[in-house]
Design a protein around this ligand. Structure first.
Ligand SMILES: Nc1ncnc2c1ncn2[C@@H]1O[C@H](COP(=O)(O)OP(=O)(O)OP(=O)(O)O)[C@@H](O)[C@H]1O
Ligand SMILES: O=C(O)c1ccc[n+]([C@@H]2O[C@H](COP(=O)([O-])O)[C@@H](O)[C@H]2O)c1
Length: 198
C-alpha cells in the first residue's frame, strides 16, 4: 500500500485540499490519501481561535465519504496535545510496517518544514510529495529528502483564511468548498465573528 499522509487544519476543508490530494495521488501513484486533521496546529496558535478539532474532523469525514481513495483520520485528535507530523508518521509506520508512506504538502507548508518538530527525522519516515500552491514558489528540495515528487495542480487561489473572511463578510462560498462543508458552516454558525488575536 502506497499511502499519502496529508495533514491540515482543514478549518474549513476546501476545493484546494481536494484537488491537491487528487493530484498528489496521481503523481506519486498512491493507493489512498489520509487527511490527517490536526488536533492543535501549534504554528497557527496565538493568531486566531481554531475550530474544535472534533467538529473539523466530522466535516472532513462527511466530505470525503463520497470520494473514492480519500479518507479522514483522527489519529492526531486521539493522540491529543500539540500536533507533530513526525509523531503521526512514527505511529503510522508502527501500525502498518508494510505500508510505504508519502508525506503530502503544499508548497507553503514545504517551505515551513525546517521549522517543524524534529524535522530532521522526517526523511527517514516517509517520501515527500510537494504540490504547487498559488502565491508560493515551487521548491524541489526540502531538508534531506531524496528527490521529492512534484505534483502539479491548477493554481487555485483558495485558502481557509479567505473562506473564513468570506463567511464573516457575507460573500459567496459556492464552488470554493463542498456543499457539505458550506452546510456545516451554516448549521454550526462557524466563522461569523472570526477574530484575529493580537
Ligand atoms: N489552494 C491550495 N493549493 C495547494 N495546496 C493547498 C491549498 N490549500 C491548502 N493547501 C495545502 O493543504 C495543506 C493543509 O492546509 P491548511 O488546512 O492549513 O489550509 P489553508 O487553506 O492553508 O489554511 P489557512 O488559510 O487557515 O492557513 C497544506 O499542505 C497546504 O499547503
Ligand atoms: O510537525 C510539525 O511540527 C508541524 C508544524 C506545522 C505544520 N505541520 C503539518 O503541516 C500541515 C499544514 O500546515 P499549515 O501550517 O500549512 O496548515 C499541518 O496540519 C501539519 O500536518 C506540522
Amino acid at each position: 500500500m502506497r499511502l499519502g499522509v496529508f495533514g491540515g487544519t482543514f478549518d474549513p476543508i476546501h476545493i484546494g485540499h481536494l484537488v491537491a490530494a487528487q493530484n498528489a495521488m496521481h503523481a506519486a501513484k498512491l493507493d489512498r490519501v489520509l487527511f490527517i486533521v490536526a488536533n492543535q496546529p501549534w504554528q497557527k496558535e496565538g493568531t486566531r481561535e481554531v475550530t474544535d478539532a472534533h467538529l473539523r474532523y466530522l466535516v472532513v469525514t462527511q466530505v470525503l465519504e463520497s470520494i473514492p481513495g480519500l479518507d479522514a483520520s483522527d489519529i492526531e485528535i486521539r493522540r491529543g496535545g500539540l500536533s507533530y507530523s513526525v509523531d503521526t508518521l512514527i505511529e503510522l509506520n508502527t501500525a502498518h510496517p508494510d505500508y510505504e508512506l508519502f508525506l503530502v504538502v503544499g508548497a507553503d507548508a514545504a517551505l515551513q518544514m525546517p521549522t517543524w518538530e524534529r524535522a530532521e527525522e522526517l526523511s527517514r519516515l516517509a517520501r515527500l510529495v510537494i504540490v504547487n500552491r498559488y502565491g508560493y514558489p515551487t521548491i524541489d528540495n526540502v531538508l534531506d529528502f531524496d528527490e521529492p515528487i512534484l505534483a502539479e495542480m491548477p493554481w487555485l487561489d483558495i485558502s481557509s483564511t479567505d473562506l473564513r473572511e468570506r463567511v464573516r463578510d457575507h460573500r459567496p462560498l459556492q464552488f470554493l468548498l463542498p456543499e457539505t462543508a458550506i452546510d456545516a458552516i451554516e448549521v454550526h454558525s462557524l466563522y461569523r465573528g472570526d477574530e484575529v488575536i493580537n
